[in-house]
Structure formats: C-alpha cells, structure tokens
Design a binder for this molecule. Structure first.
Ligand code: P6P
Length: 334
C-alpha cells in the first residue's frame, strides 16, 4: 500500500517549487484547507440543523437570495483569512464591496483572495453537490497599507494559486500554483485531505456537454447549431451521441468534465446579456486550473485569463473544458 500523502505534507514538499518562498503561501493554502473542512462538516449536517438550512432572508449584490449556509461559509473563510495573517483583504460573491483587513497584522499580508464561498447553494436544500472556489493574487499595493480595489481587479494570468472544494459524494480540494493540478480527498477518519488525484490532466476531447438547454433559444444561435451538429448526432466512428450532463452546480460539472473530458457552457443570454458567471471568483480560478490541466477557458471569443477586470462582480460568458471541444464550439459562434 503506497504512503498516504496529506495536503499539508504535499504543500511543504512543493514549497521548494518557489525558491523565494517564505512559507506564507503554504500557510495560506493550509488555512483554506482547515476552513474547507469546517464548511464540509457544516454542509453535511445542514439538513439536521434548523439554523443551517434554508434562506437567510437577505439577497446579495447578485440579486440572489442568500442561503444560511452561504453566509456561514462566507464568514468561515473570512475568519480564516483574517486570523492567518497572510491576507490583507478579500472579495467574495456574498459581499457587496471588497474587504480590506484593517489590523496592522493583516495589513502586512502579501496576498488577496477572491472567492465564492458556496457556489450552487440553491442546491443545498435538495442535497446536490456544491462547492467553494478561490483565487489568490499577490497584492499590488504596498505591504503595511490597506488593500485596494486595484489589488482585486487583476487579470487571471496574474493568479499565483487557484482552487476549488467540492462537497460531493466525498469532499475534494483541487488546486494549482501554476505547476500542474493536484486533487486531494478528505479522509473523515483522520480529518486530513489526502492526495488522490496527482498531476490531473483533462482529456483533449470528451463526449459530455453541460449546459442549461433551457437557454438554447435565448443565446447565440451558433451554440444551438454546435449542440445539434456535434453533441446530438452519432458522429463518424461513434456508437451514440454525446451525453448531456448538467448538475446546475458549476464546481460539480467542472470537476466531472476535468476528469472525464467535456465542455461546460454558460453563454450570454437575453436574460443575462453578459453571462451569469462571475469573472473574478468563478471563471478565473477554474480557467487557471483548466489550462494547467491541458484544457481551455474562454468567453467564446476571448481567453478568460487575459481579461482585464473592470468591476468586482463582473460577469462573462463562460466556455470551459476539453481543448478540442472548446475550439469546436467557438467555431460555431456567430
Ligand atoms: P442556471 C449556481 O447558481 C451557478 O452559479 C453555477 O454553479 C451553475 O452552473 C449555474 O449557476 C446554474 O445556473 O441558470 O442553469 O440555474
């Protein structure tokens, strides 16, 4: 039986990937792992705890009804970042504005984190997988000062680390620091994330497409043409068409496609003219992972990681997954 490698051991081992590393990023990743374990525990008990389930009775800046667990998870990660000392400020889907941490302890932090604490939270009450997505940047502002909006509005190519936690049939943490993608599964018996998916690579081609097809007549007609011509036909050499799989939880759909190959599409529609998904804390971190695993991520016309953000909660059309499938879908866009 091969040696179990915990996330903490892995992070320590890989610290040498960064010759100038002083351990802050390692500690930050460990802080995220601890917060993820706590949120995982909350998610798995939510159905049993009256004050964990259901709506918070408020809406976030997205205009979405906040679930109680959204707020619980948001607070859990903010607390981890505030007490860890590596982070000088954050931006979160659940907070209208970015949040500079004002203690001198935090002002000396080198990093900012942008995150969606619980993506897909409308699925909580029906026991469908949900996830956390995070994106880490070096601050641009001077150490010792308050974090600025400019610290948050950096192109995805500037990320120094990104990852997600999937609260699914098991709890997994998948992340990259720009040297490949590695996946860790939480072993509840020891309370540790253990390396289960080393050096993840996504297949160049897949046979799964994930899209809310209810939108197919209110988006670029090229998408309907792509789905009908490439996903819903028995193509040469195949025995059957592609499979449509849409969980309605981005992290779950992305993770399945990362492993099996596939494409996830959330286009601009007449309802969401800029697209639904948020560039800074959903699209950029997953795009970093996708590219590190050999896949692609675009708006259908522009590479996600190249976009210079203009607004904190900016939305973009989102095509992400297997390289050949993204390129094929893009070729159908008008
Ligand atoms: P729709 C969840 O709200 C989310 O942000 C993603 O996790 C998911 O893929 C998408 O929106 C679902 O949106 O419009 O298909 O319900």
């Amino acid at each position: 039986m091969s040696k179990v490698i915990t996330l903490h051991e892995f992070i320590m081992d890989r610290q040498s990937d960064f010759p100038f590393a002083t351990g802050e990023l390692s500690r930050l990743l460990s802080d995220i792992a601890v917060a993820s374990k706590i949120v995982s525990n909350d998610v798995r008990r939510a159905g049993l705890l009256e004050n964990f389930l259901g709506a918070q009775g408020s809406t976030n800046i997205q205009g979405e009804e906040q679930q109680k667990l959204d707020v619980i998870a948001d607070n859990q990660f903010i607390n981890a970042f505030q007490t860890g000392g590596e982070v000088c400020g954050i931006a979160s889907e659940e907070n209208d504005d970015f949040m500079p941490f004002e203690s001198q302890f935090s002002k000396n932090g080198k990093y900012v984190v942008l995150f969606d604490p619980l993506d897909g939270s409308s699925n909580i009450d029906v026991n469908v997988s949900i996830g956390t997505i995070f994106s880490i940047y070096h601050r641009k502002s001077e150490i010792g000062t308050s974090a600025t909006l400019e610290d948050m509005l950096q192109p995805g190519d500037e990320q120094i680390a990104a990852g997600y936690v999937l609260y699914g049939s098991s709890t997994m943490l998948v992340y990259t620091t720009g040297k490949g993608v590695n996946g860790f599964t939480l072993d509840p018996s020891i309370g540790e994330f253990c390396l289960s998916h080393p050096d993840m690579k996504t297949p160049e081609m897949g046979r799964i497409y994930a899209m809310n097809e209810g939108n197919v007549n209110i988006c670029d007609p090229g998408i309907k043409e792509y789905i009908e011509a490439k996903c819903q036909q028995i193509l040469e050499g195949a025995e059957r068409p592609y499979s449509g799989r849409y969980i309605g939880s981005l992290v779950a759909d992305f993770h399945r496609n990362l492993i099996k190959g596939g494409i996830y599409i959330y286009p601009a529609t007449t309802v969401d003219p800029e697209g639904k998904l948020r560039l800074l804390y959903e699209c950029n971190p997953l795009a970093f992972i996708a590219e590190q695993a050999g896949g692609l991520a675009s708006t259908g016309r522009e590479r996600i990681l190249s976009i210079k953000p203009e607004r904190l909660h900016q939305r973009v059309p989102f095509f992400i997954g297997s390289k050949a499938m993204i390129e094929q879908a893009e070729s159908f866009l008008k």
